[in-house]
Design a protein around this ligand. Structure first.
Ligand code: S3P
Length: 168
């Protein structure tokens, strides 16, 4: 059965965007990435928003985008790793679609965040220590709203997307 929407949550480097794109093709939904959407709306990149407005400014913008996007129908949404920190966003994600937590180890996150887009939270300190700490706080929040938890370590995008598709 097709849900109204499909929301992917999980930490940086979980593969939310790659899996989301694949999944959107499989279920013929539109793919949307909340970070990309935020950048398109502001006309600047995420590191710039963190620099000018701090994490609090970024979170307020992120919550507004999540509110709007979750109000749509027929989308696969890849959320930013910290989108679940906001209680209202958690409620909206939980109520407005099927939530999949892409569960990923810190080792795997480190490998996957080496290249690709810049993550402002990882630049000021030891990335492993930062990711460990974030996971401790966030893992329960991802689980709180997840309808399905899927392990992604060492797995291909295609296999993860297929598992989610089969579970629907
Ligand atoms: C963040 C994750 C990033 C992005 C921002 C903050 C976080 O998204 O929203 O850098 O708090 O974990 P990805 O999870 O897509 O990397």
């Amino acid at each position: 059965m097709k849900p109204k929407n499909l929301f992917l949550v999980g930490p940086m480097g979980a593969g939310k965007s790659a899996v989301g794109r694949q999944l959107a093709k499989l279920i013929h939904f539109e793919f949307v990435d909340s970070d990309d959407e935020l950048e398109a709306r502001t006309g600047v990149d995420i590191p710039f928003i963190f620099e000018k407005e701090g994490e609090a400014g970024f979170r307020a913008r992120e919550a507004a985008v999540i509110d709007e996007l979750t109000g749509r129908d027929g989308i696969v949404l890849a959320t930013g790793g910290g989108a679940i920190l906001d209680g209202d966003s958690r409620s909206r994600l939980g109520a407005r679609g099927f939530v999949v937590y892409l569960q990923t180890s810190v080792d795997q996150q480190l490998q996957r965040t080496e290249k690709g887009r810049e993550r402002p939270l990882l630049v000021s300190g030891d990335p492993r220590a930062i990711l460990d700490k974030l996971m401790e706080v966030r893992d329960p929040l991802y689980r709180e709203i997840a309808d399905l938890v899927v392990a992604t370590d060492g797995r291909r995008v295609q296999a993860v997307a297929r598992e989610i598709f089969d579970a629907l």
